[in-house]
Design a protein around this ligand. Structure first.
Ligand SMILES: [Zn+2]
Length: 336
């Protein structure tokens, strides 16, 4: 009796499986193609110093197979690898660092932000020291590096995390929240009691190349009167007026600004880089008010822990979505 039941179940199961396969095939044929993952076309490298460590570092971005995500590789430590995912987040005060088995990769947010802005899902990032180079303090040099390497579309559909219900954190007057939305957008508000900053608000949707033109060039910033105390804590040892906007009590050491609201735009740059540690692209509206790396990464941890907040989804391809290598070709033709 038991054996016969198994037999019936197996037959039905087989029929359902065949039907399901045929249906999926039909849907697949009729549907628009899905947005797929992307990697860099060839390797590209740059050199610089770490903002906090001041250590010289060489960085190389390499192509990676679909499904890899972003992996950092310490070539100075036998190629030890650390995945850019929430569970590896370590210290987050002035920068976001990743740590695995005691090995550190520091100040990851500007490069991760550039990857999101350029639609790079998979890459190996090799470096020969513990901190990424700060370069000019913005994500623009990383954008240029990715453009130089070119972008290659891969076959695997890109998985998005679609936010299903709001998630909010409040800490005194600091706030961060994420809400359901059809696209990934970020709004940020800051309020520094400084004549050059004050209240600044900026919003951006990560489509149509907006990231590249409006967010990527915004540089990191710091206050001269805090510099000595930070150096005492082992921070900003690589900082200079070449790689950060340096503010005095009432002015700016190294004008001009690239945007009149460059400060808040840089906060958005950092937030996008920190949220990249979710490991997949977000479909939702992020709102932040005077938040920082610690609150950004708290949001990441909570999202990863609570599966009821989101669902995985794929999206049909739209000509305006991000950058593809077809769009990159004219830029590449003009470069040597
Ligand atoms: Zn930053």
């Amino acid at each position: 009796m038991t054996v016969r039941c198994y037999g019936i179940a197996a037959t039905k199961c087989g029929e359902i499986a065949t039907y399901d396969f045929a249906l999926r095939l039909l849907i697949w044929i009729q549907e628009k193609p899905l947005i797929t993952e992307q990697t860099v076309r060839v390797a590209a490298s740059c050199q610089g110093v770490g903002l906090h460590s001041g250590a010289p570092v060489s960085l190389q971005i390499l192509p990676a197979p679909a499904g890899t995500g972003i992996i950092f590789r310490r070539v100075d430590l036998d190629g030890f690898e650390i995945e850019a995912v929430g569970k590896n987040v370590a210290r987050v005060s002035y920068a976001t660092s990743l740590m695995k088995k005691g090995v550190l990769i520091s100040t990851t947010e500007h490069l991760l932000s550039a990857f999101v802005g350029m639609g790079i899902d998979n890459a190996i990032v090799q470096l020969d020291n513990l901190e990424l180079p700060i370069l000019d303090g913005s994500a623009k040099p990383f954008i240029d590096l990715i453009k130089k390497a070119g972008i290659r579309k891969q076959r695997r559909p890109r998985t998005y995390i679609r936010i299903l219900r709001p998630l909010e954190f409040r800490e005194g007057n600091k706030f961060i929240g994420v809400y359901p939305a059809r696209a990934y957008s970020v709004s940020y508000k800051i309020n520094f009691p400084h004549p050059m900053i004050g209240r600044e608000t900026f919003s951006v949707e990560l489509t149509n190349g907006q990231y590249v033109s409006k967010i990527a060039p915004a540089r990191t910033f710091g206050f001269l009167h805090e510099a000595e105390a930070m150096r005492q804590q082992g921070l900003i040892r690589g900082a200079s007026s070449e790689n950060a906007l340096v503010l005095t009590r009432d002015g700016l050491v190294n004008p001009p600004l690239r945007f009149e609201d460059e400060f808040v735009r840089h906060k958005i740059l950092d937030l996008i880089g920190d949220l990249a540690l979710v490991g997949r692209r977000i479909l939702g509206r992020v709102v932040a008010d005077r938040a920082g790396h610690a609150m950004h990464t708290a949001l990441v941890s909570r999202l990863l822990r609570d599966r009821t907040l989101w669902e995985e989804t794929t999206l049909p391809e739209e000509p305006a979505e991000g950058y593809t290598h077809q769009e990159m070709r004219p830029a590449l033709q003009g470069m040597n």
